[in-house]
Design a protein around this ligand. Sequence first.
Ligand code: BEZ
Length: 220
Amino acid sequence: MRLGATIPNFSANTTQGEIKFHQWQGDSWCILFSHPADFTPVCTTELGRIAVHDHEFKKRGVKVIAHSCDKLKSHSDWVKDIKSYCLDIRGDFPYPIIADETRELAVRLDMIDEDNKDNEAEAMTVRALYIIGPDHKLRLSMLYPASTGRNVDEILRVIDSLQLTDRLKVIATPANWTPGTKVMILPHVKDEDLPKLFPKGVDKVSMPSGITYVRTTTDY
Ligand code: BEZ
């Protein structure tokens, strides 16, 4: 699915009841992350670590929903395993898991091609993580292979970047940025506007090309 596309208002059965996606999401941010099957080892750790950090998502106004290509009953049994493996999950399992046994939703969300829907080997690649804005539009997508577990710190970091750059449309965050460290000022911002926008200062980096396109600040 391309960035900026609207996530369809799909209906789904989840471990927390039936939902219509847009109504369930409301005007919050959302992460929707998918799994090819229940009782898979790497996915178990991902669902667990995201559950442990649920308060970090709540703090940022982000609703969490998982998706897995299995039945609801299997999801409920898997949740017991996840809780047993990740003993630091506090209280009830915090977010719903969508049951998509037929993989029809995975096709609709462009996580697998229609032609491969019933191909068990290809279906193992249903491992997308979508960050969805309050307007139901796809803002960022991560595709991970089965070999490699997702990193919760990275998910939170990119959410922080998206929310910051929505608030301050004159900046972008550089490689390896973390909150509080320097950000890049966008090329369309005129030099004469910098003192008003960033009164605590801007660093204009001189480059061999002589072009002053790297302007940074920590004033945000
Ligand atoms: C997993 O370990 O989570 C996994 C294994 C095979 C395919 C997909 C995921």
